[in-house]
Design a protein around this ligand. Structure first.
Ligand code: GLN
Length: 500
């Protein structure tokens, strides 16, 4: 068996037993990266020597390591700060930015013995659904090089699918972990808002952004999330303490316990099937594959509950108003003065701002800044931004209602499989509509995961989404794990950039 066929947990176990050395694992990943990365364009920065040095330094502790991921090579989306390593957000404006500090998740991963291979390509400032808006060029889908890997964590999904590291850390503002996971046939989870620190994540829309893992399977996701979750005083929205202490009689969640909870036993679990998510606009192969998931889960003793979810049509407009509004504010810090790139040949301060921002941002980012500035402007604030906040409250209460009838929802991740490169760039509105099943989750701050559940007739992966109530990660991961015990979609690997 090739090393790349192991899951992160399997590799971690082999490293602990001494069957595989950390250097061997890191070298195997780096060899894949040099063979594949140029074709797929999934990395912006490869830190090969640093990875090998760290592997050599940590090897002595492998046998006694507590972390099941000790020594396992992985990679990080380029909007997450890494000390001394370029963190560009796939933008020209941060092209030479080397943070002076590590993001909270990077510190936690380092403590768990992770070996980073480098920084992953993405949509510029995480704005997009295709990973084509990167200043460093588009990422390719390893299942079909003429198609997009999804976005904005497209580099992360492509890297994990093609064996360039055993897991990746991405971010999800409106679907950016789940949708690329779906297009690339990997498993990814966006946790409950506030459970993973955003300290050191370069903000897109702060009330929606969450960091999470993209992995081979649900068990790996549980192991990585166990490392990532926890309170952080440096993030004002980080939830305090152990959630079982904090939430009183509400749902309970203990840090570091997700992996232990994977029993595969889902008897009596009520799984809601929102009829509105299976209507017009959904590709036939996607519908069939996602509905087939409910059969597998029923076979394991879950109960399927069809129910209405009538707020779906408000999700995309509400999300794009709120996300753009927050983006326009968050991105005002990139002005060519404090840090990052600065345009040449300016006359005075206003001209410095204008030239730097005009030349430093790509078209999709500028579109969002303009839209966000418009919806926040005094004449339009009530009609757009305030209205969007009201719609967000309506969406939240619709979720509260359905979670009184079931434990989680099963939906598609995206209406289609991966589109062709270039298609979405011509029609941004069409691209925004493709986010219909993912964005409401972020508006409500809920956890949701994406898992492979089939292929269309072109051989492109299809993903199913499970959405849970706040702190429902454990049940989502256990349900995905149960599904993966009975299926092998998550075990299939793409040809990627390998020679024919
Ligand atoms: N596609 C959505 C957007 O463009 C979501 C992106 C994300 O989750 N970062 O905003």
């Amino acid at each position: 068996m090739e090393l790349r066929e192991l899951t992160a947990l399997e590799l971690g176990a082999a490293i602990k037993k001494g069957e595989v050395s950390m250097a061997e694992a890191a070298q195997a990943a780096l060899d894949r990266i040099s063979a594949q990365a140029g074709v797929l364009n999934s990395f912006i920065t490869v830190t090969g020597q640093q990875a090998l040095d760290r592997a050599a330094r940590l090897q002595a502790g492998a046998r006694d390591a507590q972390s099941p991921l000790y020594g396992v090579p992985m990679a990080i989306k380029d909007n997450i700060c890494t000390r001394g390593v370029k963190t560009s957000c796939a933008s020209k404006i941060l092209g030479d930015f080397e943070p002076l500090y590590d993001a909270a998740v990077v510190e936690r991963l380092a403590g768990a013995g992770a070996v980073s291979l480098g920084k992953l390509n993405m949509d510029e400032f995480a704005m997009g659904s295709t990973s084509e808006t990167s200043f460093y060029g588009p990422v390719k889908n390893p299942w079909d090089l003429e198609r997009v890997p999804g976005g904005s964590s497209g580099g992360a999904a492509a890297a994990v699918a093609a064996g360039m590291g055993w897991y990746a850390i991405g971010s999800d503002t409106g679907g950016s972990i789940r949708q690329p996971a779906s297009y690339c046939g990997v498993t990814g989870i966006k946790p409950t808002y506030g459970t993973v620190s955003r300290y050191g994540l370069i903000a897109y829309a702060s009330s929606l952004d969450q960091i999470g893992p993209l992995c081979r399977d649900a068990a790996d996701c549980a192991a990585v999330l166990d490392v990532l979750m926890g309170h952080d005083r440096r993030d004002a929205t980080s939830l305090p303490g152990r959630y079982s202490d904090w939430s009183g009689s509400g749902p309970r969640m203990d840090y570091g316990r997700l992996l232990e909870g994977l029993t595969g036993d889902i008897r009596g679990m009520k799984i809601g099937l929102p009829e509105d998510c299976f209507g017009d606009g959904l590709d036939g192969a996607v519908r069939t594959a996602v509905l087939a998931v409910s059969d597998v889960l029923e076979g394991r003793g879950a109960e399927i509950v069809p129910l209405p979810f009538p707020v779906l049509e408000y999700a995309v407009p509400t999300y794009y108003i709120i996300a753009a509004a927050e983006a326009s504010s968050n991105l005002s810090r990139f002005d060519g003065v404090k840090y990052g790139w600065r345009a040449d040949g300016y006359e005075g301060l206003a001209d410095l701002y204008r030239k730097t921002r005009t030349q430093g941002f790509g078209p999709e980012v500028k579109r969002r800044i303009l839209l966000g500035t418009f919806v926040l402007s005094s004449g339009y604030y009530d009609a757009y931004y305030k209205k969007a906040l009201q719609a967000k409250a309506v969406i939240k209460s619709a979720f509260d209602r359905v979670f009184r009838q079931c434990d989680m929802l099963l939906t598609p991740v995206a209406p289609t499989t991966a589109p062709r490169l270039g298609e979405s760039l011509d029609d941004p509105l069409q691209m925004y509509l493709g986010d219909i099943y993912t964005v409401s989750v972020n508006l409500a701050g809920l956890p949701a995961l994406s898992m492979p559940c089939g292929f269309d007739r072109r051989g492109l992966p299809i993903g199913a989404q499970l959405i849970g109530p706040h702190f429902g990660e454990g049940a989502l991961l256990n349900t995905a794990h149960a599904f993966q015990l009975d299926t092998d979609y998550h075990r299939r690997t793409p040809k990627g950039g390998d020679p024919a």
